[in-house]
Design a protein around this ligand. Structure first.
Ligand code: ATP
Ligand code: MG
Length: 276
């Protein structure tokens, strides 16, 4: 008997366009995108505008953007989500997670191959995720793989052949280091992906994931956090005691969920124990 699931997985095995790695993209946006602040919508809109620009403009065959922000702020998921929504015929994700155990040479080859493949399609989008890990950046002694860095520098600046267009979305948590590596001025634009700093944003996430079943317990938790100075101010600000990436917040929430009787306690401990 064929059930719905078989049917759906059979469908997903049919890839209409070559070069679109849908599974890869789905995987990194695993938890979806929560619109916890206006900044999330602004980022997605900026991404959409770049996608449109490359799609329609004759003058900009190559556009590149750097998404930067603290660890876990949602850079990879946002990049993948913009890529998914683009509906370009060629979309690829270059990720250090897929290059574990690669030698330097293999990395250079894999990155170069992805870009040369992209040049065969009229319209392409390549996500270059986590630049610092791709180049094996080590803060101690500021070491990194120079061949991989040089490859990226060349490919980020290389115009695709005539009649082809390419949008590059790169991500990094180390914005200042990008300057020293010569990777800062190479991008046409930059977008900052901020951590969560406000109670309003936290509130949005907590409601969306339905962590609390009791409203009074929930209110109490929010009050405790507010009194402790979390999320002071009502804008995405740097002075807030709370500076937490959505990725980390979601994993704290899932941990708190494991103990239904102590949800509030566990969440508060996790958040307040951040030590900021
Ligand atoms: P790292 O610095 O470790 O590379 P990151 O900044 O790339 O982390 P992601 O790996 O994208 O962060 O993790 C973000 C997680 O949060 C994903 O699981 C994503 O589905 C989820 N998420 C929920 N809402 C959002 C949002 N508004 N923006 C981004 N990610 C979100
Ligand atoms: Mg990432």
């Amino acid at each position: 008997k064929v059930n719905m699931q078989d049917f759906m997985s059979a469908l997903s095995e049919v890839h209409p366009a070559f070069g679109v790695s849908e599974d890869e993209l789905d995987q990194v946006v695993q938890n979806g995108i929560i619109h916890f602040d206006k900044v999330v919508d602004d980022l997605l809109r900026s991404g959409r505008l770049l996608v449109e620009q490359v799609r329609v403009s004759q003058r900009t065959p190559l556009v590149s953007v750097l998404l930067h922000g603290p660890p876990g702020s949602g850079k990879t998921a946002l990049a993948a989500s913009v890529a998914q929504a683009s509906e370009y015929p060629f979309i690829k994700l270059i990720s250090p997670d897929r290059m574990v155990g690669y030698t330097e040479t293999q990395k250079v080859q894999a990155i170069t191959k992805t870009f040369s493949d992209s040049y065969k399609s009229p319209l392409s989008l390549v996500v270059v995720d986590n630049i610092e890990r791709l180049i094996d950046w080590t803060p101690m002694g500021a070491r990194f793989s120079n061949p991989v860095l040089q490859t990226l520098l060349v490919l980020f600046a290389r115009r695709p052949p005539k009649g082809r267009r390419l949008l590059i979305i790169a991500t990094s948590s180390l914005r200042p280091e990008m300057n020293d590596l010569g990777l800062a001025n190479i991008f046409d634009s930059e977008l900052r992906v901020p951590p969560i700093t406000t109670i309003a944003a936290l509130d949005h996430v907590l409601r969306e994931v339905e962590l609390f079943s009791q409203e009074n317990e929930y209110r109490e938790t929010i009050r405790t956090l507010t009194e402790a100075g979390f999320g002071a101010g009502d804008d995405m600000n740097m002075n807030s005691r709370m500076q937490i990436g959505i990725k980390r917040l979601l994993s704290m929430i899932e941990m708190a969920r494991q103990e239904p009787e102590y949800v509030a306690e566990r969440l508060l401990n996790a958040l307040m124990g951040l030590g900021m």
